[in-house]
Design a protein around this ligand. Structure first.
Ligand code: NDP
Length: 294
């Protein structure tokens, strides 16, 4: 068997085209959705991510601002800057690129973002809302996974979803979204004993660990859907997921590649969250079809 490839680039293009129509409608109503991205210091990987986010905004007609702040900025200086964006009516979404320098308390900075502009969905208010099923801004990576499955027509209700990884940005919110969708959810992590026992029972397996190719085909149930969130840089400079693609593709029924799988969906969902923030401010209610799309 050779699994169907779930093409994150193609699915992203579909969503972005839909978003562009909604951006055009907002602009015609006098509101251009705006995203502000703050980057602190000079981490090269973060600079690439930030540039990609800004380009993606502009490509669908959104306003974007990148604020590159010096690595030596103080905690209070950074939160004051976030506050100025909270008060800026041209900005509907604020994203602080992580990681921040050692001397800055990431959590305090995230809590400084107005919950209505927290398009990453990491503020306590939005995380709490996610737990009780009402989040306006589900965190972008796990939300992107849900939208990929929806696009592919893969049923979640009643399925056993096994998530490897319990981080605040991927594993935990992924578990909440899967629960909401009616899955039976198992979350594994570094203390899990006999990981393969769980992964082999998954109808849908989500790998979000950060260890290249650690999940082999022998750890996957034949016919399972495999979503590989991991992005790992190999010694030769190439990217690899957490799943050993070569062996997994022979066992799974559908699988996301790395790169070109979950990665593009993360930025797409950031656009969707920013769009929704702007629609909320403008008092525009998206149609049911549109809401399903974003
Ligand atoms: P974290 O390092 O925050 O979390 C990793 C998780 O994996 C932890 O819960 C950890 O367990 C668990 N883990 C580590 N080793 C093992 C093991 N041997 N067996 C089982 N579980 C293990 O990573 P993130 O969640 O931030 O990211 C995970 C991966 O996803 C990374 O490769 C990252 O680059 C990628 N990523 C991709 C995105 C995208 O857009 N596609 C976006 C965000 C992340 P414990 O909690 O016990 O330490």
């Amino acid at each position: 068997m050779s699994a169907k490839l779930i093409d994150g680039k193609k699915i992203s293009e579909f969503f972005r085209a839909e978003y562009k129509l909604r951006v055009d409608r907002l602009v015609a109503n006098g509101t251009r959705p705006g995203l502000a991205v703050i980057i602190v210091g000079s981490d090269p990987a973060s600079q690439v991510y930030v540039r990609n986010k800004a380009r993606a905004c502009e490509a669908i007609g959104m306003h974007s601002e990148v604020h590159a702040l010096p690595g030596e900025i103080s905690q209070s200086g950074l939160t004051a800057f976030v506050d100025s964006l909270n008060a800026n009516a041209a900005i509907h979404g604020i994203l602080v690129q992580l990681p921040l320098p050692e001397h800055i308390d990431d959590r305090a900075v995230i809590e400084a973002i107005a919950p209505g502009k927290d398009v990453d969905g990491f503020h306590y208010a939005n995380m709490g809302a996610l737990v009780i099923d009402e989040s306006r801004f589900p965190p972008c990576t796990p939300y992107g996974v849900m939208k990929m499955l929806e696009y592919e027509g893969i049923d979640i209700e009643g399925k056993h979803v096994v998530i490897v990884g319990r981080s605040n940005i991927v594993g935990k919110p992924q578990a909440m979204l899967m629960l909401k969708a009616g899955a039976t959810v198992t979350v594994c992590h570094s203390k899990t004993r006999d990981l393969a026992r769980f992964t082999r029972d998954a109808d849908i397996l989500v790998a979000a660990v950060g260890k290249a190719r650690m999940i082999g085909g022998d750890m996957i149930k034949p016919g399972a859907v495999v979503i590989d969130v991991g992005i790992n840089r190999l010694a030769d400079g190439k990217l690899a997921g957490d799943v050993d693609f070569e062996s997994a593709v022979k066992v799974a029924s559908a699988i996301t590649p790395v790169p070109g799988g979950v990665g593009p969906m993360t930025i797409t969902m950031l656009l969707g969250n920013t769009l929704r923030a702007a629609e909320h401010v403008a008092g525009i209610v998206a149609s049911k079809k549109e809401t399903m799309l974003a």
